[in-house]
Design a protein around this ligand. Structure first.
Ligand code: AHR
Length: 307
């Protein structure tokens, strides 16, 4: 009985060209710009007429952007939802309009909207695992007796902020050398990361580890630390996630310890999965992206391909 009541994502017709919607959430960091570029770069080879929007950091605008794409008659939607709950209406409206949706890079609240029901699939990294891998690197490489950690969180209510926090915190707190003395949002932005770090440094001058949920905030934190006369990489270990060019350079310069990769290059994967779906192939609820890890050992080998 429940089977017939279960929602199903709309099918996708097989055709020569597709009208594709890509609803970007903001363009204030190199990661977002690289992701948008990846969709534009894929458009020609995948036969897409691409409509790309930029919500400029507003979940409400992102919902409105999706509304307007639906009105323009897109065949398929690729959506990186800025936050887990506010973007659920966008997923539901696309479904109601008969448009199959693929979530890319971020997810929505799984208790409300489900892969294989309200949307086809989530294409992206395992954020919990990313946080856990950063914690494991810190546990292996921290040499002091007592690790005093400041955590710079990503956008409040976003899946990467939630998951990178739980993945890191759960693992690091299993080792009683470590204490998280402050955990505050820097909204995944460099400038806010710098400002928040400046404030937290005054309250916690004994900090010797900074874990940022992305590289932009890590770079902001490095600026704040240097301004305060600290030596990132020497008296403060700085660790984060993404693999941007600036982060790889900071690792090469000895200011940052590690960044666990989170790839923004979703265009080719989006093309491949969309074609399989149109051909009637079964798409798993989560198409997992495998992430590398960048440290002093290999950062120089990857900086040329970084963004
Ligand atoms: O959703 C992925 C995260 O979003 C990236 O780590 C961050 O840099 C981006 O804004």
């Amino acid at each position: 009985t429940t089977m017939s009541a279960m929602a199903e994502p709309p099918p996708l017709e097989q055709k020569e060209r597709y009208k594709v919607g890509f609803s970007q959430m903001e363009s204030n960091n190199p990661w977002r710009i690289a992701e948008t570029k990846s969709f534009h770069d894929t458009a020609e080879s995948c036969n897409w007429d691409l409509i790309a929007t930029d919500a400029a950091g507003s979940a409400a605008k992102q919902v409105a952007d999706v509304d307007s794409m639906i009105a323009q008659g897109i065949d398929v939607l690729f959506l990186p939802p800025r936050e887990e709950k506010p973007l659920i209406p966008a997923v539901m409206k696309a479904q109601a309009a008969g448009i199959p949706t693929f979530l890319v890079d971020r997810s929505v609240d799984p208790n409300v909207a489900k892969a294989g029901e309200h949307y086809v699939s989530f294409l992206g990294s395992d954020f919990v695992d990313q946080g856990k891998r950063v914690a494991e690197w810190v546990i292996e490489n921290f040499e002091g007796d007592k690790g005093i950690i400041v955590e710079l969180e990503g956008t409040t209510g976003s899946s990467p902020a939630n998951d990178r926090k739980s993945g890191f915190d759960d693992r690091i707190l299993q080792d009683d050398r470590f204490e998280i003395v402050a955990s505050q949002t820097g909204d995944f932005a460099r400038d806010l990361g710098r400002q928040v770090m400046e404030t937290l440094l005054q309250a916690h001058p004994d900090v010797n580890i900074v874990y940022a949920h992305n590289d932009e905030m890590a770079i902001g934190a490095i600026q704040a630390l240097e301004l305060a006369g600290r030596k990132p990489g020497e008296d403060v270990m700085v660790v984060s996630i993404d693999g941007t060019r600036d982060a790889l350079q900071a690792i090469i310069d000895g200011k940052m310890g590690v960044t666990v990769e989170s790839s923004p290059f979703f265009g080719p994967l989006a093309c491949e999965v969309m074609k399989k779906y149109a051909a009637g192939e079964e798409i798993p609820p989560w198409v997992k992206v495998e992430d590398r890890i960048f440290t002093a050992e290999n950062a120089a080998d990857h900086i040329d391909e970084a963004y």
